[in-house]
Each structure stands twice: as C-alpha cells, then as structure tokens.
Design a protein around this ligand. Structure first.
Ligand code: ADP
Ligand code: MG
Length: 340
C-alpha cells in the first residue's frame, strides 16, 4: 500500500481561522521580507477561484503579531480547494493519493503529460476524456498556477499604481503542500514547462484594504448621493488597464473595493476606490493587430459590464444610475455570456 500523510498533517481540511501557515518567499520575489514567514489566519474572505484570507505575519516567537501593519491580504492559488476550478470534481484524499503516486513514483510520465497539455495544440480536447485522476490534478495545478502568474504580471506592470488605484503588492509566496513521508523529486530547472510544481501552492500577499466591494456599497452606509460618483470613479479606473494594454476578462462590482478614508466621509474624495483581482487578465500580444485587440476588448466589455451590474444593484434600491461623461460606453449584452 502506498502510504503518505497530507501536509500539514491529517485531518487536513480547508484553511481555517487561527491556522498557522509557513510560507516561503518565491525565488523570483524582490521584496525584502525574510525568506520564510509565518502567518496566522485572521479571517477567511472568499473561496471562488482562489482562497483568500486576512493574515497576520508572526514574529520570531511565532505567535505575537508585529504591531501596526501586520495584517495582510493573502490569496492562495490552490488546486485542491478552488471552487471555480473544481465544480465537477471535488478534491478528496483518494484523488490526492493517486496524484502523489503519479507525481513521485511516476514523475516522468506526469511531466510528459504536463508538457503535452502546455505545448501541444488541441492535445487537451483530444485526450481529456481518457485522463487519469492524477492527470486531471496535474492539469489543475498547471492552470491555477497560470492564474497566479497572470495576476503577478499585472501587479508588476502596474507598479506605479500600487497603493493608489490597486493594492500595494507585498510579496509572492509559496506554500509547500508536499505529502509527509514521500520524497517528491526535485523539479528540473530546465524543464520546458516551468509552471508545474505539483505540491507548491502559489500565493500573493497584498496590502489589506479596509472597505467593502462596490457591489455591497448600498448596504454599507454610503449615502445615496455618493453612489453615482463612486461608480463613476470605478469605471474611470478601467482606463488604467486600457492604457497598459491589459484586458481584464473579469470586470465586475465585486472586483472593486471602496475604502472610506475618514469616519464621516462627506464627498467622493473621502473614499478611495481600488481595483482588484487580476487573475483573469491578459496582455496584448506583441503582434496583435488593432482589430483583433479591439474585438477582444469589445467582447469582454469591462465598462459595459460594470455599468450593467451596478445598474441592477442600485435599481433594487430605487436608484437610477446615469451614464453621463462616458462617451465610450457600449451596453453589455448578458446573452453574450452564453456565447463565451
Ligand atoms: N487587498 C485586499 N484587501 C482586502 N480585501 C480584499 C483585497 N483584495 C480582495 N479582497 C476581498 O476578497 C475578495 C476576493 O478577492 P479576489 O482577488 O477578487 O479573488 P477571487 O479570485 O477569489 O475573486 C474580493 O471580492 C474582496 O472582497
Ligand atoms: Mg474576485
């Protein structure tokens, strides 16, 4: 029988409040954090694509938080618990066992498979029916790591906006979920498929923004007469993406945070709006023509979508959202969603 324990030891469940995690700062990271940090989960926030939470960085004694600014937002890209990635195939220890076996004893075979799904066109569609459990897990590991790399590159490209329009990027991190008692072969640094690390969960640590999403704004005490201004502020932020040739395929009111700057905000200037969540972004390709690029932008129509959803949200409160001052606006057609 092939035996192993799941790290950090059974019974291993989804992340939970007060759990301590040991995270390694990624090799490519340029922050001045120590190589290894320990955090304690303060609050769980969401589990859709990624697992998100507020964490406190612990000091050397491992339990007293550093004072002041020790709370951060942590986003983990974990194939095991990603609801969006796994609606058909929930994670289980049995699946993990099969994956561990293939990733250790049969590592070469799995590496070959990963190479094929990454490098060969149509390979996925043609073979997916016959994939083993381990191959499916490997594919999820690759795909979720891609989401991480996409988000990382957007933070990198938008350095000038960090701390202003988007959260400050603190560090890229790795969580080791190697099974205990099993030797995972080291990764071949020359492998053509650099993103496949079966038991490394990638993560990003961001400045924590205290506020609420744009969607939740009406429930969070923002006076009605501020609503229009704050929605407009969010819509104007989309220019930052355009100017930097970034296409965000996931523009929605939940991906903006409204942060009151004072206890008694009196004007829209007393709120900061942050754009977040760049996991579903892509950059304009080097040779991408104006036509192809603008078709792609029109298809996802971030501004139209944001207006569409905020209009629905505010209509519920009997509020009519105006569209003045947005000459580029094109209405979002929700039936397009089915076509995508
Ligand atoms: N820097 C942050 N500080 C505080 N809360 C955040 C921060 N970034 C995101 N959130 C909250 O966490 C939720 C999920 O984060 P997001 O990046 O959108 O991940 P997902 O890919 O799971 O949608 C957001 O809708 C928002 O409520
Ligand atoms: Mg989101």
């Amino acid at each position: 029988m092939f035996k192993f324990s799941l790290s950090p030891g059974p019974p291993f469940e989804e992340f939970y409040v007060n759990q301590k995690l040991t995270l390694t700062v990624s090799p490519e990271d340029l922050s001045d954090l120590p190589k290894v940090i320990h955090v304690r989960i303060r609050e769980m926030i969401s589990n859709t694509m990624s697992f998100t939470m507020l964490v406190d960085i612990l000091d050397r004694d491992d339990d007293i938080s550093l004072t002041g600014t020790s709370t951060f937002f942590l986003k983990l890209f974990d194939r095991r618990f990603s609801k969006a990635f796994r609606d058909q195939v929930p994670w289980s220890t049995a699946r993990e066992r099969a994956f561990v076996k293939a990733a250790t004893i049969g590592r070469e075979g799995l590496d070959g498979f990963v190479f094929s799904i990454c490098a060969l066109e149509n390979y996925r569609e043609q073979t997916a029916q016959a994939w083993t459990v381990a191959q499916r897990e490997a594919c999820l590991a690759v795909d979720i790591a891609d989401v991480y790399y996409d988000e990382l590159s957007v933070y990198d490209a938008l350095q000038d906006f960090q701390g202003q329009s988007i959260p400050r990027f603190v560090a890229s991190l790795e969580l080791d979920i190697s099974p205990l008692g099993v030797d995972v072969p080291p990764r071949d640094p020359n492998a053509a498929f650099a993103t496949f690390e079966p038991f490394i969960v990638k993560g990003i640590l961001l400045e924590r923004i205290e506020g609420f999403t744009l969607w939740d704004m009406p429930d969070r005490g923002v006076p009605r007469w501020q609503w229009q201004g704050l929605v407009d502020k969010a819509r104007r932020m989309l220019d930052i993406l355009d100017d930097n040739e970034i296409l965000n395929m996931d523009v929605q009111p939940q991906n903006f945070i409204v942060a009151p700057l004072t206890d008694k905000p009196e004007s829209t200037d007393d709120y900061k709006v942050y754009m977040i969540d760049f996991g579903m972004c892509r950059f304009r390709e080097e040779n991408e023509s104006n036509l192809v690029w603008s078709v792609a932008k029109n298809t996802y129509n971030g501004d139209g979508r944001l207006f569409y959803w905020m209009n629905i949200r505010l209509e519920r409160e009997g509020f009519v959202l105006r569209n003045d001052g947005f000459p580029g606006y094109r209405p979002w057609d929700p039936s397009l969603l089915d076509a995508m």
